[in-house]
Design a protein around this ligand. Structure first.
Ligand SMILES: Cc1ncc(C[n+]2csc(CCOP(=O)(O)OP(=O)(O)O)c2C)c(N)n1
Ligand SMILES: [Mg+2]
Length: 317
């Protein structure tokens, strides 16, 4: 894998991690309204997927969307402003954490209803096919979403119409506090796709290079008219489901096991081993990103609140 790509993927994963660390501290100070579903631990999934996409390829996201949006190129300033519910936010300050996105970057404002984004992704991919666009759609979903009716309808229709769509399922082993074994009757999550005639694959979702390569191959197949596909990324969230979750349902040993697979530490070790970066230059990148984030917070804080009159602009009839 070339140096430029590795550096880009490292910077993006680190930006996601540091963005959310900043956000968490602002939230604990009472500066961010609502709640947050942090992506901490899962960064390799968003970055490995989105690094393969351009602005005309679209992604659809979930209630845990910060990483997807950053990986797809949504600006940090407009995201931070959205989290502060300011007019300069990517949804004009009316969406908040669970709806970040920017259509100009091919990032559909996220949908927090579990599975709700799936039929919409099918619709977007159908429109791409009808318009003969050479682009792909990637639909992120959690393991919990595969039990929603919307999943079955969306996946089946994508299959019968042969759409340019990749369902990217981030299997972090839990839907809120419920463990996956208590949610599905099949042995492997990917077994379920057989019923719909959708080819499915699994990948180590803690290794960005593996996710990148897998998506790259699937996109090549889509360009030859195949699709849709389903990719399970085996991953783990390092923190609770939301900010009010103290995580009591998980074993400490399990958390330690997954922490050892931290995708950012993993790529930093690789960059050092391959002599692409040394520890000093890694520290410098951390500082550069922190500076960028402080600028984004300043921008958000100094932005105006949205005007009530503008609310109608975001309601569709
Ligand atoms: C239809 C619906 N049911 C319940 C919820 C509440 N809820 C939000 S996230 C979540 C768990 C989702 O689990 P998963 O899909 O595995 O995503 P993860 O949180 O692990 O990223 C639930 C039950 C919701 N948002 N939408
Ligand atoms: Mg989950």
């Amino acid at each position: 894998m070339n140096k430029k790509l590795l550096l880009s993927m490292h910077r993006k994963m680190l930006t996601i991690r540091l963005f959310e660390e900043k956000l968490n501290s602002l939230f604990l100070q009472g500066q961010i309204p609502g709640t947050l579903h942090l992506y901490n631990g899962q960064e390799a999934c968003a970055v490995g997927v989105c690094e393969n996409l351009n602005d005309k390829d679209w992604i659809l996201s979930t209630h845990r969307p910060h990483g997807h949006a950053i990986a797809k190129g949504v600006s940090l300033q407009s995201m931070m402003a959205e989290l502060f519910a300011k007019e300069t936010g990517c949804c004009g300050g009316f969406g908040g954490s669970m709806h970040v996105g920017d259509i100009n970057k091919g990032s559909v404002p996220a949908i927090a209803i579990v599975g709700g984004n799936i039929p919409i992704a099918t619709g977007v991919a159908l429109s791409f096919k009808m318009q003969k666009r050479k682009n792909v759609v990637c639909c992120f979903l959690g393991d919990g979403a595969i039990n929603e009716g919307a999943f079955h309808e969306g996946v089946n229709m994508a299959s019968i119409w042969g759409l340019p769509l990749i369902f990217v399922c981030e299997n972090n082993l839990y839907g809120a506090s419920t463990r996956i074994e208590n949610m599905i009757g099949v042995e492997k999550l990917t077994d379920r796709l057989k019923g719909y005639g959708v080819k499915s694959f699994s990948v180590d979702g803690m290794d960005v290079t593996k996710v990148y390569t897998m998506i790259n191959n699937l996109i090549k197949k889509i360009k030859f008219g195949q699709g849709p596909f389903f990719l399970e990324c085996k991953t783990y969230r390092f923190v609770g489901h939301s900010r009010s979750d103290t995580n009591k349902y998980r074993q400490k040993s399990e958390e330690i096991f997954w922490k050892k697979k931290d995708p950012i530490i993993r790529i930093e070790k690789k960059l050092v081993k391959e002599k692409i970066l040394d520890t000093l230059s890694i520290d410098k990148i951390h500082e550069e990103i922190k500076h960028e984030l402080n600028q984004a917070v300043k921008f958000a804080k100094s932005s105006p609140h949205p005007k009530i009159l503008n609310m109608k602009k975001y309601v569709y009839a």
